[in-house]
Design a protein around this ligand. Structure first.
Ligand code: PTJ
Length: 254
């Protein structure tokens, strides 16, 4: 008998959780990554466990931003490697971005396990692995300050999906445009990024790949128009209102 029956009312959420637990057993995910997943689940519940209009709006802006970027980089941590390794490689190919492993709870063995899973899923170039290529990003005290001189250090656009709050401001101060995927619209990362996709990374990533494919047919002028018309603060407010409306509806039927 499977541990998680398909008929379980919360099967999707339980299967995502299982990916994290398997990723932990394979040495990809930090212990703290399991806690991060729990926090994400709580916000996902409040958001209705679906991609909302404001998330779709941010996904469109993010795709446009990635297509106009000259040197985009996608930062990969343990949770991302466990949740969506195949899609993250696919996205990097679609938008011609480099992948860089960057860990908060730095650990060489875990880094190698992440490189291995990315390669298994088709990545051939992975940055952030050689100490000879490392540079320090000013304004951060954690291990995340160590970045690749050919990657995040010189990138113009950096995607930082599902992470703690110490890096986005430093990246912005270094002149970079930051895109994040974070279920918590109130997190420091969400509040300081240029484009915040408030959605579960397991849903948002495929939508971002599709949107990038769709928008790749547009010219630079149309892409810049999408970016300029996007207002991250306003969009974050709409995400909070969505949570408030969901709670109000539940309060009426509870
Ligand atoms: O692998 P490492 O060492 O780089 O560490 C990665 C973690 C995630 C452990 C580290 O960055 C961390 O501690 O992150 P936080 O501070 O727990 O923040 C994670 C954020 O991601 C929170 O705002 C969560 O709500 C959000 N989150 C969690 N799961 C998901 C998510 N957002 C989108 N999709 C998810 N599945």
């Amino acid at each position: 008998m499977p541990l998680i029956p398909k008929s379980h009312p919360r099967v999707k959420s339980l299967l995502i959780r299982e990916k994290l637990v398997n990723g932990f057993d394979k040495g990809l995910v930090a212990k703290e990554g399991l806690l991060a997943q729990g926090r994400g689940e709580a916000f996902d519940y409040l958001l209705g466990e679906k991609t909302n209009k404001s998330a779709s709006h941010a996904i469109k802006a993010a795709a446009a931003q990635l297509l106009v970027a000259e040197m985009p980089v996608i930062s990969v941590n343990g949770n991302i490697a466990a949740l969506c390794p195949k899609q993250i490689v696919k996205l990097s190919n679609q938008i011609k971005a480099n992948l860089e492993v960057n860990l908060f709870y730095t650990n060489e063995k875990r880094k190698q396990a992440i490189v291995k899973i990315l390669k298994k899923n088709g990545a051939n170039k992975i940055l952030g692995t050689k100490s000879t290529s490392s540079k320090k990003l000013p304004g951060i005290d954690s291990a995340r300050r160590i970045v690749d001189k050919d990657g995040i250090f010189v990138a113009d656009v950096v995607v930082v999906p599902l992470e703690d709050g110490d890096r986005t401001m430093a990246l912005r101060k270094a002149g970079k445009t930051v895109i994040t995927i974070d279920l918590n619209p109130l997190s420091r990362t969400s509040q300081t990024a240029n484009i915040t996709i408030v959605d579960n990374v397991t849903r948002a990533i495929d939508l971002l790949i599709n949107e990038s494919k769709k928008l790749s047919k547009k010219n630079q002028k149309s892409l810049l128009k999408i970016i300029n018309e996007f207002d991250n603060k306003k969009n974050l407010r709409e995400n909070v209102i969505q949570i408030k409306n969901n709670l109000t509806r539940r309060a009426k039927i509870a």
